[in-house]
Design a protein around this ligand. Structure first.
Ligand code: ATP
Ligand code: SF4
Ligand code: MG
Length: 340
């Protein structure tokens, strides 16, 4: 299958320098995003999702050391680009971000519409009137009435502010939009409304979307392909259907168990006992080892390499060939309880 690639990230790692030692927040992450798709990144809190995405956007603090063998956006090498050019030519216009806690990202002292107008005028030589027309159009796309443009952020609810930030991310028609936890912190009804709106936007624009969330149900519902992150690494990635029909990594098996299947409503939920690794210092074992019910001798000796199972299905686990057996064992709650 030949598809146009929008983003390629190869061997990306991020270390934060801290007093306790280096925090290995992102470890050797490789993935592509193709035209017109939603690539979901799922994983527990603290597994490195925001760090990964903020490193691509160059929004990390100076304490973060980023390395990669390739970062290209629509074929353009981003690594060799100076920060100034990156801010002027890439950020917002070719790749935009709805940041985590976006609803708190608006400046409280300026009217909401004005903030979007400013963002447009910073990159495009258009009149204020034309920029306001564009904001009215964008408000319509995200389901906000155009006359709300002249309100202040405190006059918006959390869900409305979230939608205003989504409008901002769409403003310059970027080829790639990253949404970091777009529904977290909102009540269930508002979450549903935002997700419906994102689905509608998808049908109206041709941008690709990276959707980041720790909510496996949201990922399952919205994504074409999914990457599962654990302890700073992408442990498995696959088309959404394959990931749910034939998961291969023990962590994915555990996540899937913790998520009530649409078909098997009422099945017992099994969550993964234990907690994620601290990411401080070097490690030469599989990062899921401590919580894995299927650990074997080799798992403590080195970190498993990426294995390609099909064109778009990759996994990092020494025991991936035994996946059908592990799937069956993983569906039994006792398997998880005995691992700790
Ligand atoms: N500025 C920083 N300095 C040091 N460590 C950091 C910094 N920012 C994040 N970390 C650590 O890096 C790891 C990854 O954090 P990150 O925020 O990327 O995770 P996340 O998957 O986005 O989590 P969440 O779901 O809670 O948003 C965590 O261990 C976190 O404590
Ligand atoms: S490599 Fe070993 S410890 Fe890691 S997930 Fe696979 S079986 Fe578990
Ligand atoms: Mg985050």
């Amino acid at each position: 299958m030949s598809r146009n690639r929008v983003l390629r990230v190869k061997n990306l790692s991020v270390r934060y320098q801290t007093q306790k030692g280096p925090v290995h927040a992102v470890n050797d992450v490789t993935f592509d995003v193709f035209e017109n798709e939603v690539f979901g990144i799922a994983g527990e809190s603290g597994c490195g999702k925001s760090t990964l995405i903020r490193s691509l956007m160059r929004l990390l603090p100076d304490s973060a050391l980023v390395t990669a063998s390739e970062i290209t956006l629509s074929g353009q090498n981003l690594q060799s680009m100076p920060d100034k050019n990156f801010r002027e030519e890439i950020l917002w216009s070719k790749m935009s971000l709805v940041p985590q806690s976006a609803m708190n990202s608006l400046n409280p002292v300026y009217r909401v519409g004005h903030q979007v107008v400013e963002a447009i005028q910073a990159h495009r030589a258009i009149s204020k009137a034309a920029a306001r027309n564009r904001v009215a159009e964008l408000f319509d796309v995200v389901g906000l009435q155009a006359d709300l443009m002249d309100n202040y952020p405190h006059e918006f609810s959390g869900g409305m502010r979230q939608r205003a930030m989504i409008a901002m991310s769409l403003a310059l028609d970027p080829g790639l939009i990253v949404m970091d936890e777009p529904t977290t912190g909102l009540d269930v009804l508002v979450q549903e409304r935002i997700l419906r709106r994102i689905r509608e936007i998808r049908s109206q624009i041709s941008s690709s979307i990276i959707l980041i969330t720790h909510d496996i149900a949201v990922i399952a519902e919205m994504s074409d392909r999914i990457g599962v992150m654990y302890g700073g690494s992408l442990m498995e990635q696959a088309p959404a259907i394959d990931l749910f029909e034939s998961p291969c990594h023990p962590y994915t098996l555990g996540l899937k168990n913790a998520f009530p299947s649409i078909r098997n409503k009422g099945q017992e939920l099994i969550s993964i006992p234990g907690s994620p690794p601290t990411l401080i210092g070097e490690s030469s074992e599989c990062s899921f080892l401590e919580r894995c019910p299927f650990k074997a001798e080799e798992c403590s000796k080195e970190f498993p390499a990426i294995e390609k199972l099909a064109e778009f299905h990759e996994v990092r686990c020494f025991r991936h060939k035994e996946a059908p057996k592990l799937r069956e064992l993983a569906s039994n709650k006792a398997t998880w309880l005995s691992s700790n």
